[in-house]
Design a binder for this molecule. Sequence first.
Ligand SMILES: Cc1cc2nc3c(=O)[nH]c(=O)nc-3n(C[C@H](O)[C@H](O)[C@H](O)COP(=O)(O)O)c2cc1C
Length: 161
Amino acid sequence: MTRPAFAEQFREVMSGVCTPVSVVTALDGTRPHGTTVSAFASLSMDPPMVLVSLDRTSDLLAAVRRAGRFGLNVLERRQAELAKRFARKGMAKFDGVTWELEDDLPRLAGSSGWVACTVEKFIEGGDHVVALGLVEAADSRPLAPLTYHARTFGTHARTDG
Ligand SMILES: Cc1cc2nc3c(=O)[nH]c(=O)nc-3n(C[C@H](O)[C@H](O)[C@H](O)COP(=O)(O)O)c2cc1C
C-alpha cells in the first residue's frame, strides 16, 4: 500500500471511532482561549489525572504551556455549534459565548462536565503533544453527551435493554 493510501486508511479507521467532544480552555494572561478536542481521556484515579492530545501548531497548546493549567469542558448533546466555533482558529472564539472563571480557568456555560487541571507533564507524540493534567476540581451534570463519529456530531443511544 502506498503511503497516502495507508494514511487514508488510518484516517478512515479513526473516523469510525466514536469520541466525546470537549472544549479545552486556558487563561492567556486575562484572555480566555479554547479549542475543541476529541482526544481526551481519563488517565488515573489515584491521583486523579486526565490527558489531552493537542496539535503542535495549536494556539491553545501555547497558552497551556504558558499557564501550566487547563480546563476541560465536556460538551452536552445540544452544544455542536459551540464545538464548531471552538474548532476554528483565531482570537474571536469567545465572542458572544457565555463563560465564567471557575478555579481560575474559563468554564463554558451549559457543559455537562468540568475538570480543572494543573499540567504535570507534556509528552511529545508525533505531530501532537499530550498534556497530562492533575485534576484539582471536578463537577458534572446528568446531561446526554455530545459525540463525534464519521465526521458528524451526535449523542449516545442505549442498546442493552
Ligand atoms: C470534533 C473535533 C475534534 C477535534 N479534536 C482535536 C484534538 O483532539 N486535538 C487537537 O489538537 N485538535 C482537535 N481538533 C481541531 C482543533 O479544534 C482546531 O484545529 C482548532 O482550530 C485549533 O485551534 P487553536 O490553534 O486555537 O488551538 C478537533 C476538531 C473537531 C471539529
